[in-house]
Design a protein around this ligand. Sequence first.
Ligand code: AMP
Ligand code: MG
Length: 412
Amino acid sequence: MLPLDEAFHAVAAHHAPGPEERVPLLDARGRFLAHAIVARHDVPGFDNSAMDGYAVRAGDLATADGSPVSLPVEGESRAGGPPPGPLADGAVMRIFTGAPMPAGADAVVMQEDVAREGATARFGAAAPVGAHVRRRAEVLAIGDPVLTPEDALGPGELALAASQGYALLPVRRRPVVAILSTGDELREIGAPDRPGSLIDSNTYGLASAAAAAGATPWILPLGVDAPDALTARFEEAVHRADVVVSTGGVSVGDYDRVADALDAVGADTLFTKVRMKPGKPVRFAVAGRTPLFGLPGNPVSALVTFELFVRPLLRSRLGDPRPYRTTLDVALDRAVTAPASRDELARATLSRGPGPTARLADKQGSGATTSLRGADLLVRLPMGAGRLEAGTQARALHLVEDGGSRDAPFAR
Ligand code: AMP
Ligand code: MG
């Protein structure tokens, strides 16, 4: 039985970015570049005015005693208008925000600082060279790196790529995740009730968790516990998906056949149990380059083990350099007892109060699906820590999209 940190390590050895594909800008949101892109245009593309006002030669406004200067206004430069001619000797030019600077001008005086008198403009003060001028390429020059694979592509990054004329971006492909719920007792929503059957809910929890992680879920029909049928399902999944996630059938009962099915498809099993609660019986195997996760059937265990092991691997396929959740130190809102030989991951909701506090769900059993409701924390109760009083500090995984972490949580 592996300690939690070794289990993270074993899965991390199979983290790798997926293949590259080129997608339209809006399909790249939330994804990562396969390689850096560079500037195709200078930004700004030409020297232009940052203000509405007058383009001037700064030297023309400087007087020995600082007295005001009146100069004729000749010509105009406006954004999107005809290119302005050069600035006439001894004159100023009307200019508007974003408009090109006329040749010969080296500063802009904003109109609030100018008294306009017919065809002349009166300047009360000198202007430094370069005032209110946005210089060509001062933000980006052709060839400068614009975005790299480190950048999560959000609205700002996509606007930047668009401003550089990129209609398509080279990103990592979304991994296709086969979701295979197994167990003879399962029935689909809406199917007639049979004695001893229960509704398959894991498919919905896991498919939505996969989609939320940026992957493409591929839901297989419910798997039965008959060995040959189960093996056939796994074979299909391994061939057609990038990652395979099953639930159920990983314990040691006579009908827990996932282990045999994984062997039958030629997968190398890397671990079969982790010192954690919920989720002790969790399998990780690799067939060729395809990782397979045999998650426990209990809905809470399934989602907690997905969160810990599957999600970071999916993020790595997307190219996320920070594939793990971040952690947060929280105070426990009530006394609890940590298990003797496993790390417990207690579901809780964060309350910010005076300091971050974990409101632990009432029922923490692995069958208590209600504990998932609103849970945005998985609080680690370290194995062997015994009774933890209310107010004790504990470290928790924060289940929010916050940019993530490079490092696996709970390092010792
Ligand atoms: P297992 O891991 O197959 O021993 O299943 C553990 C428990 O989880 C049993 O009570 C199962 O009925 C339940 N279970 C297994 N698969 C699912 C599923 N897909 N949806 C809901 N509950 C499940
Ligand atoms: Mg079962």
